[in-house]
Design a protein around this ligand. Sequence first.
Ligand code: LHQ
Length: 265
Amino acid sequence: MSDSTVLYETAEGVATVTLNRPGKLNAFNARMHGELMQALDRAAEDDAVRALVLTGAGRAFSAGQDLSEPSFAAKENGEGPDIGDSLRKYYNPLIRMLRRLEIPVIAAVNGVAAGAAANVALACDIVIAARGASFIQAFAKVGLIPDAAGTYHLPRLVGRARAFGLAMLGDAIGAQQAADWGMIWKCVDDDALMGEATTIARTLAAGPTRSLALIKEALNASESNSFGEQLELERMLQQVAGKTDDYQEGSAAFLEKRRPDFKGR
Ligand code: LHQ
């Protein structure tokens, strides 16, 4: 077994990135942050990688920040740690990277996703979760606020009422409920999770990946754009999509009543 805190493998155009500190429920420490960013950079730079799956080893997706890291203990003078510094160095770049990656990112949530890790999952493009998995906005339980873009994504995903309940009460919400609330794409049986995630990822990897990247750009931008700005962005991005080889192929295949053979160009 590798001693890396993040495992990386590729097959059929899909990179699978696995958080790998199972003894600590894959809690994030500085090393895991570094290795995760390296894995995401590697996927971004490899033209053969056209979709990415993020999951966890063992029984958890991740328990969020490793609270046993010395840098998160109160200092001897009683002053609290500078957690904002950790967000600036690690979590904010990670969330930006997940949203910026020009390939679909699928979170396969295999078990509990707590604290910052719940919000790392929710920052992915498509989230599927095993029936036994749960999402916990654990922050208020330890006197913090949701970070890793939780206060941005949660109300947009589930609405204000549920966002307040989740963030303030910090209760665990099961995968089925998360799906029923529209917080995630799908809940599947535990033993079907990786098969389902891989099928989705391979389908997307064989798809018109330039247009998928443009869809991602448009949907992300819609969260802060005005109606008029969004219409204008759609015009610009559709112009780009219309000039791809994959559009030529997709429209020709439709007219010829055959399956398209997309190349991601
Ligand atoms: C852990 C952790 C953990 C260390 C389980 N750390 N050891 C904060 C600071 C800085 C920057 C940015 O952002 C943040 C935001 C955050 O992420 S704050 C929120 C951090 N996460 C949590 O508060 C969740 C804490 N964990 C739990 O509530 C439970 O462990 C869950 C619900 C995840 C799982 O419960 P169980 O299945 O009952 O497992 P367990 O509690 O027995 O945990 C197993 C082991 O993992 C245990 O260690 P031990 O040596 O006793 O076996 C835990 O201490 C350890 N562990 N989470 N975040």
